[in-house]
Design a protein around this ligand. Structure first.
Ligand code: PEP
Ligand code: MG
Length: 832
């Protein structure tokens, strides 16, 4: 009998291997030779060993690759290596059967189920270790005997709860071992059942035998004294793991840009994955910062003394944060320094102070009360599940530590980094904004954190410092060896532990190639983006302030494709009036010296909130009164901006106005009426009026909207979040929001068709325009202009100059019929 996942081709009987690595390599080679996996998946099998132990029991090991590398599996398959003499698998365990699994989905769990059944049957297992008949192996692993159960009905006089397993990859060994660890803290029995299949909650094997998949309903029961507490503990662990499991599953789906263009290590290297928070490629030793936990002694004192102490600590901390804000402003820019200003505000939060005072009145010491109060509120914030609130929780914990260092000056003060000589890849559980701001960049080559998201303050600061940073890399990174050389390739979301010296050498070569490419691109950055067959694209820059123009022109910008005006409001504590705005638009025109300037009207709402506008809180701000929806309701915002813009147009220098977040023709008409009224009042010239295409409705109606405006600018950041229904700042999902998704490209194509129908100019100003592969496809789809961050311009220009429009069009056409973003990226990579 031959199973489609297991055939005689993938069974090697009577073999031997010198060590575990060789055994895995041999099994991997069988899978490669039979066409089940790409050769790179063998690296993934190795990498898994560093993340979790694949030893099952009774001399059986089940190497399987990392979930993130599933795309390297061509067809589900199993390889069996019979090693009658055994091979050392660490911790004095010998393995005689290596069963390497390459499973595209949940098949992995059903194989595991069969295996665990076998393990409970020593006779059959021993036969497999010695058989010379591959057919016997196939029959044993693909047979269909019923699962062994531990009793049919509940025989426990037990407490219980029901839970639906929501781990995307089902219950696999890593979370199951956490369940077991927790269950073992209880003296009585703990059982987990699905229907009438039941398992011992204290046994990993027993749990895995259930083969639980995502969506299965479980009943967890506990008996004996303290059963209720044990269940509460277990439930807590099970739920907490959900977040981790989801984030692993998501990093598995992280942008496929990672694979083909990236540097590839040898088979023995170990790859750990996270999310890119700040791109860059560095080689440096690891500096592991262990988990910090601090026990604050409860030292009650008189109410008067406690109050005075707390007051003084808050005042010093406030001054410290303001000073840090000032020094950071020079280093990071005003917007980033505002993080510390916001932290200083937290110190006066009434809920926080109220809770702290209550604890002091109840008889606790001020330091203890402060820590309890801040942690209670921070936990509350992070449990809401809203990314922005979770970021506030990190800020609160950061501030909490600062205050504690003043309340308890003698105890271990706020954790600082005493960085040894040299340059390091700093690995930490999480970094607060203070930590990041105070890092000495001459000693830090890169950052890796267990938690965090790409939109956290820490990520923003790392980008400002141009420090490569990987976040959400998982607990495994804390267990790595201090001082070991590693390669951080943040853009591809990987921390790589070299397998041998040749990995380090080839990584160094790769760094050389990267910098050569950057130097080449930089050399030609002032040349126009003309394809080899003579088609020219206009290349603009996205920026906020006049002061940024000079640098943008040096990077090769031909004009400003998007001036975001939010900064005028975000970085000021009052509403900027007409005169103040006019001065800014004038200096922008001065700096551009006759080049194009497209100014976007205020786009407030969604992720961009202006505290002094005191707008009502919305449950779904991205779907709420945002951008033009707000301006049409607030003439006090719209009118001064339009007046300032038309007055700037009176100078006769180039200026166009762009409306954000358009979703209906009615909005366009209302805005045009306002523009005409103000223009008439000022006697100003007509200027081009364009709309952002970033709401799917606008893309779908592009043919009609185009009749009413002068140009379109596609905002791929928002278009992607609205098309894929993924919050663009979501710490777990944002990595999936790939603008190269064919659904997004199809809407872009539809928008271009609509614009062409009325001979309207069409550009793209979202992040996709700054990705060379994205820019190539956008050009092929037919856009006229691309606008991006200044730093992206040289590479995009080089990409366009290296290809003919015909090539780009062919690739773009193919991309429209792809199934997912990964497939699109592979097509685009053929152009790289
Ligand atoms: C976009 O949505 O792509 C865009 C350019 O606008 P912003 O990122 O400012 O929302
Ligand atoms: Mg937008």
């Amino acid at each position: 009998m031959t199973s489609f996942v297991l055939s005689p081709d993938t069974i090697a009987l009577g073999t031997c291997a010198a060590d575990k690595t060789e055994a895995i390599l041999l099994a991997g080679e069988l899978l490669v030779a039979a066409g089940h996996i790409a050769p790179d998946y063998v690296t993934s099998l190795m990498a898994r060993e560093n993340v979790s132990d694949t030893y099952l029991d009774h001399g059986v090991a089940i190497p399987h690759g990392l979930t993130a590398d599933r795309h390297l599996i061509r067809r589900t398959g199993i390889a069996v290596l019979q090693l009658p003499d055994g091979v050392e698998w660490g911790e004095n365990r010998r393995v005689r059967l290596v069963i390497a699994i390459a499973a595209q989905s949940d098949e992995h769990l059903s194989v595991l189920k069969r295996l665990t059944r076998l393990i409970n049957d020593p006779e059959r297992l021993s036969a497999l270790i010695h058989t010379a008949d591959p057919g016997q192996v196939i029959a044993a692993l693909t047979g269909d005997a019923p699962v062994q159960t531990i009793g049919q009905a509940s025989d426990l006089d037990a407490e219980s709860f029901e839970w639906i397993l929501d781990y995307p990859n089902g219950l696999h060994a890593r979370p199951a071992s956490e369940w077991v660890k927790t269950a073992r803290r209880h003296a009585g029995d703990i059982r987990v059942s699905r229907g009438n299949e039941r398992a011992d909650g204290k046994s990993l094997l027993s749990l895995l035998q259930l083969g639980l998949a995502c969506g299965d309903t479980l009943r967890v029961e506990a008996g004996g004294a303290g059963a209720a507490e044990a269940l509460a503990r277990l439930r807590d662990v099970m739920q907490k793991l959900t977040r981790e499991e989801c984030s692993h599953a998501v990093s598995a789906l992280a942008p496929a840009m990672q694979t083909s263009q990236a540097w590839r290590p040898g088979a023995r290297a170990v790859i750990l994955r996270g999310l890119n928070a700040s791109p860059g490629f560095v080689i440096a030793p690891l500096l592991i910062r262990p988990r910090q936990s601090r026990v604050i002694p409860d030292q009650p004192m008189s109410l008067g003394d406690a109050g005075r102490l707390l007051d003084a600590a808050l005042a010093i901390t406030r001054a410290e944060l303001i000073a840090l804000g000032d020094t950071s402003a020079a280093r990071f820019g005003a917007a980033q320094a505002g993080i510390f200003k916001a932290q200083a505000e937290l110190l006066g939060d009434t809920d926080l102070i109220g809770l702290c005072c209550r604890l002091i009145v109840e008889g606790h010491g001020p330091a203890y009360a402060w820590q309890q109060a801040t942690h209670t509120l921070a936990d509350r914030l992070s449990s809401v599940g809203v990314p922005l609130l979770a970021a506030r929780a990190t800020d609160l914990r950061d501030v909490s530590e600062r205050v504690l260092s003043h309340l308890l000056p003698d105890s271990a003060s706020r954790s600082r980094f005493d960085l040894p000589e040299g340059r390091w890849i700093l690995v930490a559980e999480d970094l607060t904004p203070s930590d990041t701001a105070e890092l000495d960049p001459s000693r830090i080559a890169g950052i890796v954190t267990v938690h965090g998201g790409p939109t956290s303050h820490t990520a923003i600061l790392a980008r400002t410092l141009s420090l490569p940073a990987l976040v959400a890399a998982g607990d495994a990174v804390l267990a790595l060896d201090n001082g070991k050389d590693a390669i951080l390739d943040a853009a591809t979301g990987r921390l790589i532990l070299p397998g041998d010296k040749s990995d380090l050498e080839s990584a160094r070569d790769w760094m050389g190639t990267l910098s050569e490419r950057q130097a080449r691109d930089a050399d030609s950055r002032q040349l126009p983006a003309i394809t080899t067959d003579g088609c020219r694209l206009e290349i603009g820059v996205n920026l906020n302030r006049p002061a940024q123009v000079k640098e943008a022109l040096e990077f090769g910008a031909e004009g400003v494709g998007l001036m975001r005006t939010e900064f005028l409001f975000l970085e000021s504590d009052h509403l900027p009036g007409e005169e103040e705005q006019l001065a800014t638009y004038f200096s922008m025109q001065d700096a551009l010296d006759g080049r194009e300037l497209i100014v976007r009207l205020l786009d407030i709402g969604g992720d961009k909130q202006v505290p002094h506008l005191a707008l009502p809180r919305e449950d779904n701000p991205f779907l709420g009164v945002r951008g033009i929806r707000l301006l049409l309701r607030r003439p006090d915002l719209l009118e001064p901006q339009l007046r300032a813009l038309y007055r700037a147009a009176l100078s006769g220098r180039p200026l166009s106005i762009l409306f954000p977040m358009i979703s209906t023709l009615a909005e366009v008409n209302d805005l045009k009426t306002e523009c005409e009224r103000i223009r008439g009042e000022l006697g100003a010239p007509r200027v081009d009026l364009g709309i952002m295409i970033e709401v799917p409705a606008a893309a779908a109606m592009a043919d009609q909207l185009a009749a009413h405006v002068d140009f379109f600018s596609i905002g791929t950041n928002d278009l992607t979040q609205y098309v894929l229904a993924i919050d663009r700042q979501h710490p777990e999902l944002a990595a999936q929001a790939d603008s190269l998704h064919p659904a997004v490209l199809r809407l872009i194509r539809q928008t271009i068709d609509g614009a062409r129908l009325h001979q309207r100019r069409i550009g793209v100003c979202g992040g996709l325009a700054g990705d060379p592969l994205g820019a190539a496809l956008l050009a092929g789809l037919g856009v006229d202009a691309l606008s991006m961050s200044a730093g992206d311009i040289p590479a995009v220009k080089a990409m366009l100059r290296n290809h003919s429009m015909e090539e780009l069009q062919r690739a773009a056409l193919r991309s429209l019929s792809c199934a997912d973003a990964g497939e699109v990226r592979r097509i685009a990579e053929e152009l790289a």
